[in-house]
Ligand binder design. Structure first.
Ligand SMILES: [Zn+2]
Ligand SMILES: [Zn+2]
Length: 648
């Protein structure tokens, strides 16, 4: 008998040779029908692989990340089979699952695959799937494998790098492929499949190699899932921050200025400024002090911090000056500068914590192919701060930072998030800087603070940086996509390298602990995510323009201006559209700009001293007639719903 431990900690006994599917059936027939993949002692296996030793078994369904991976990778085999049928003599290379589906890299030789072929491929994949072919693994000797692929240089290269005795093929129907394993039981559960696109891809990602064709696909266990997925993609396209950023005139890029260097247009700058003021106000209450540091620093500064040794070669290269031997770097991080601010005077434990905050612009070199809108840029502004405290204060400081981050999320409408705690590798503790005792303190501080604040957490061992543990916030946006926002990180390294000290109650000098934290992460990335999350309908308090006054005709121009003045008195941000256009056109343009309130003024309104209001996104509700005072209270009420006052 063998003992199988399940994820809930329960242990069940089975005969030697029982399969993961047998284990699934022993749990329940219904559950077993949904099991599509398994992992034994951390390694992905087939659901039909006989188990011969004691160990830990995880059974995956479509709802698990690993279940989807097996599903998609298995579909890539079926697609490869179809491609071989349709285009004779092509050479298959690799076909892994990716985060949203799978791809297969193919050398199509003289053939060319076009969009017009996609439907034919999909139909044939589903035809084969319906035949319910089992995926079966088979061991093959190296000599035999090389023989099978003697006409395929790519597979030959892959096999050459494998050890004899470890080589396996996966068979289904009449098709075989070199493969390590990790499949669903049979093709029958693939009920929907779509070829998404084709793109060029160099063999092994090296541009010196031949360019292959990467065929992207996705598949699902239900037709409905595919329909929903395609709708989601359409919605994501509509919400793409690069598209919205242009339409709402927030930011732009110029080839002349340089790739990856965003230009903030007036409305975008206003939006950014509002976000900065919002955070500065909360930070002031939380005891932060604002500092400002330059955009460049002497190379030596980053040699001291260790950044130069670690990232120097892949960064913007040093700037030289007419003076001999003088070199500067574009600032890649604010921390070294803040350490030097701390070092401007001696501190006592009574002075700590010191909390230095800066909206600091940093520059990091990214390859042009990696750049993407505002999410991957070469120059960006972090909502950075560094807290210098005693080890005893870590607990309290961590809780305070979490409070601030949660305040930011709730004010901006991010309600769905988890916190990932990254700790040391349990086995391998030598690679971390700092004493065991301090690490213990810091790790406990994070765990306790997260529990104290009731966060929904995941703990990852071995994911900590070499200089300290961290807490990352992962938020889900309106489309269910996950983004990393907001990081809190403990650091024992920089205080050491910059020889930071404070005098303790024992009159001795001690090292402070440093916390790096950025609730937004960077202004650029945050605004990109916020744009996609809200589709440009930012919370009212953040909107560059909260209202637009639309005059029915030129006759009411003066009244429109009067309304604008009154709104300004109520601190409502508005503008007037006095163009000689129809009211219908004015409304459509305001809708495009996603201006929250459209205020229509004509004869009736002027006579009664009122405005006729229309809320963006509530077209069906009709307009309501109110006074300026009433409108101001409607606006305030809406703002107060999302934007609370930060309290410590
Ligand atoms: Zn496979
Ligand atoms: Zn930092």
């Amino acid at each position: 008998m063998i003992k199988i431990t399940l994820p809930d900690g329960s242990v069940r006994e089975f005969n030697i040779g029982a399969t993961p599917m047998d284990v699934a059936v022993s749990i329940s027939e219904g559950f077993a029908r949904n099991v599509i993949s398994a992992a034994f002692n951390g390694t992905t296996i087939e659901t039909a692989t006989p188990l011969t030793t004691d160990g830990a078994l995880i059974l995956y369904t479509w709802n698990d990340e690993n279940g989807k991976k097996a599903f998609w990778h298995s579909t890539s085999h079926v697609m490869a089979q179809v491609l071989e049928e349709m285009y004779s003599g092509i050479k298959l290379t690799l076909g892994p699952a990716i985060s949203n589906g799978f791809y297969y890299d193919v050398d199509f030789e003289d053939h060319k695959i076009t969009d017009a072929d996609f439907k034919k491929i999909e139909d044939r994949v589903l035809e084969i799937s319906r035949e319910k072919h089992e995926f079966k693994m088979r061991s093959v000797t190296k000599a035999k494998a090389l023989e099978v692929y003697k006409d395929n240089v790519y597979k030959t290269e892959l096999i050459s790098n494998l050890e004899d005795g470890t080589i396996t093929f996966c068979d289904h129907a009449s098709f075989s492929d070199l493969c390590r394993g990790g499949h669903i039981p049979n093709t029958g559960i693939i009920k929907a499949m779509k070829v998404m696109s084709v793109a060029g891809a160099y063999w092994r990602g090296d541009e010196k190699n031949k360019q292959l064709t990467r065929v992207y696909g996705v598949s699902f266990p239900k037709q409905k899932d595919l329909t929903e997925y395609l709708e989601l993609l359409e919605e994501a396209k509509r919400r793409d921050h690069r598209k919205l950023g242009k339409e709402l005139e927030l930011f732009s890029f110029s080839q002349k200025v340089g790739q990856g260097l965003p230009l903030w247009l007036p409305k975008g700058a206003a939006l950014r400024d509002r976000l900065e003021q919002f955070l500065k106000k909360a930070q002031k209450k939380a005891g932060y002090e604002q500092v400002i540091t330059p955009h460049i620093g002497q190379k030596e500064l980053y040699v001291t911090s260790g950044h130069y040794a670690k990232y120097g070669a892949d960064s913007f290269q040093p700037i030289s000056t007419p003076a001999d031997g003088e070199e500067f770097l574009l600032k890649p991080m604010n921390c070294p500068h803040h350490c030097e601010i701390y070092n401007t005077k001696p501190w006592s434990y009574k002075d700590l914590p010191k909390r230095y905050a800066e909206f600091g612009t940093v520059y990091r070199y990214e390859q042009s192919g990696e750049l993407h809108g505002l999410t991957r840029v070469r120059g960006f502004t972090q909502d950075d701060a560094h807290i210098f405290c005693t080890p005893e204060q870590l607990d309290e400081e961590f809780k305070k930072v979490i409070d601030l981050v949660l305040y930011v999320f709730s004010s901006l409408g991010f309600e769905n998030f988890t916190a990932q705690i990254s700790l040391r590798d349990k086995e391998n503790r030598d690679k971390y800087i700092g004493s065991d005792e301090n690490w213990e303190k810091a790790e406990n501080a994070i765990i306790n603070a997260a529990a104290d604040k009731g966060l929904n957490t995941v703990v990852e061992y071995g994911e900590a940086a070499f200089y300290g543990p961290k807490l990352d916030f992962m938020v889900k946006d309106a489309l269910g996509r996950q983004w990393q926002l907001g990081t809190i990180q403990v650091d024992y390294n920089l205080p050491e390298r910059f020889e930071l000290t404070y005098k303790g109650s024992d009159n001795e000098l001690h090292r402070p602990v440093m916390i790096h934290r950025a609730p937004f992460g960077s202004m650029e990335r945050f605004i990109a995510i916020l744009l996609e999350h809200t589709a440009g309908n930012f919370p009212l308090w953040l909107m560059p323009e909260q209202a637009i006054i639309l005059s029915l005709s030129e006759k009411y121009e003066n009244y429109a201006k009067k309304v604008l003045n009154l709104l300004e008195n109520h601190e409502i941000r508005a503008l007037v559209d006095n163009r000689n256009e129809t009211i219908g056109k004015k409304i459509r343009d305001a809708e495009m700009q996603k201006t929250p309130y459209m205020l229509i003024v004509g004869e009736e309104e002027e006579k009664n001293g009122t405005i006729s209001i229309r809320r963006h996104g509530q077209e069906g509700k009709g307009n309501i007639s109110v006074t300026i005072e009433e409108f101001a209270s409607i606006v305030n009420e809406e703002i107060n719903k999302t934007l609370k006052v930060f309290t410590v």
